[in-house]
Design a protein around this ligand. Structure first.
Ligand code: IFM
Length: 462
């Protein structure tokens, strides 16, 4: 069993999932409603009108799913815990059946030689907390720390590597500014307020876990490179700097320096409000992460407003000057440009900025997989190419000095892809929605063949 962060000698290989995207069973064993149950019930929020109530039924099929991870030869299984299963009202009462489920999952992972690494928050806030203003309410950060403590008390003897949040940028800005994710609020600067409370929640939870003896508490960020098309266009460079602040520096500044930088405060005056950012908040966050997870899919190229496609998420950068986003070919099925050099740059820059060990906690691609025959064969060569190029970029970043310890593929199963529903598939295993049959795709077999050292501590070679 890996009991702590992988060492520097190799890149550990893993595969990731998230609770709401795969578990289903949203009304079982005392689970309370989450903001994603509420959001998906609202017409027009999800492309195909679907929800996560069944998803991949992994709540019942987790053993089969872990068999697949073991067959792949991965050493790491990154999963998330559904807060509403543990504390259905968000605070107070603990639901033992929810804890029992993750207890079984962790044991099943260990029994297969997989190191379980747990993410505490992958966007499924208990609805009861959103009813009290969700991440706009400081109490939610305190509640998150209590929840972290409850989960650790049960699993901490076996799970040693913890992540607090997954992609808090999405939770804050897609959820409270752009409104395209749950809870679906379009309130501009509220995104900044949510971001601060998410950071505070991270800091409080990390303190709780450290006090309980955990050495490896991380936070998983979807940092992104922003590349102005015309580096001589001063207005564009300034606007791009504001966007970089809202996507990247809002997290790294507090984590590394214990402050929000001036460029960020210029576009996010909310973060200068002493009623929001109280004395001691940023000091608590500073130095609270032992490692940083990087989720990378695509770079962003900015151009003068109106000159190119407007990225649908632009509302998610409140306070910033408008830009256009240029998306070059090749693109994946979700419209994201493929460019592995962005990952290499991000890893090198983030290691320089933080000095911390890094893990690529998510990387993968959506493609319109076609089932070729009755056996369910899927020849996803495009996904293989994507993964091979990004694994090579990870290797180059290590050669350039970035301390990258793991490469984790997103994702094991075709699953509920948030506002895209089931229309975009990222899995290395196809899931037939009619009967839940799992069929490994060619990318699964390719990865299995390229994981050089099966078992814990596996490494991948391009
Ligand atoms: O499916 C998501 C995941 O939940 C978070 N990171 C990005 C993935 C692909 O959009």
């Amino acid at each position: 069993m890996i009991s702590s962060l992988p060492d520097t000698a190799t890149v550990a290989f893993g595969v990731a999932t998230a609770a709401y995207q795969i578990e289903g069973a949203t009304s079982e064993d005392g689970r309370g409603p989450s903001i994603w149950d509420t959001f998906t019930a609202r017409p027009g929020t999800v492309r195909d009108g679907s929800d996560g109530s069944v998803a991949c039924d992994s709540y019942h099929r987790y053993a089969e799913d872990l068999d697949l991870v073991a067959r792949l030869g991965a050493g790491w299984y990154r999963f998330s815990i559904a807060w509403p299963r543990i504390m259905p009202e968000g605070t107070g009462r603990v639901e033992p059946r929810g804890l029992d489920y993750y207890d079984r999952l962790v044991d099943a992972a260990l029994a297969r030689g997989l190191a379980p690494t747990a993410t505490l928050y992958h966007w499924d806030l208990p609805q009861a907390l959103e009813d009290r203003d969700g991440w706009l309410n400081r109490d939610t950060a305190e509640a998150f720390a209590d929840y972290a403590g409850v989960v650790h008390d049960r699993l901490g003897d076996r799970v040693r590597v913890w992540a607090t949040h997954n992609e808090p940028w999405c939770a804050a800005y897609l959820g409270y500014a752009a409104g395209v994710h749950a809870p679906g609020r379009r309130e501009g600067g509220a995104g900044h307020r949510a971001a601060h409370h998410l950071l505070l929640g991270h800091g409080l939870a990390a303190t709780r876990l450290h006090d309980a003896g955990v050495d490896d508490v991380g936070i998983v960020l979807n940092l992104a490179p922003y590349w102005p098309e015309d580096p001589d266009d001063e207005a564009l460079v300034a606007a791009t700097d504001g966007i970089d602040a809202v996507r990247n520096r809002v997290w790294l500044g507090p984590l590394v320096d214990g402050r929000y930088d001036d460029g960020l405060l210029a576009v996010a005056p909310e973060l200068a409000d002493p009623a929001l950012v109280r004395d001691g908040d940023l000091a608590l966050v500073r130095g609270s992460a032992d490692w940083v997870g990087i989720n990378y899919y695509t770079p962003f190229r900015t151009a003068a407003p109106g000159s190119a496609e407007r990225h649908p998420e632009q509302d998610a950068y409140p306070g910033t000057a408008p830009v256009s986003f240029v998306v070059r070919e090749p693109r994946t099925d979700i419209g994201w440009e493929v460019d592995a050099s962005g990952l290499e740059q991000l890893l090198v820059d983030t290691h320089r900025r933080t000095g911390l060990p890094l893990m690529v906690t998510e990387n993968g691609a959506a493609y319109p997989d076609t089932v070729l025959d009755a056996e369910g064969t899927i020849d996803d060569q495009d996904r293989i190419d994507y993964l091979r190029d990004h694994i090579a970029a990870t290797r180059r970043a290590r050669e350039a000095g970035a301390d990258v310890r793991a490469y984790v593929v997103w994702t094991l199963l075709d699953n509920f892809e948030w506002a895209e529903g089931y229309t975009k598939t990222f899995g290395i295993v196809h899931v037939d929605p009619r009967d839940q049959t799992r069929t490994p795709k060619a990318s699964f077999h390719w990865l299995a063949a390229h994981i050089s050292d099966p078992g814990v501590g596996s490494t991948v070679s391009p």
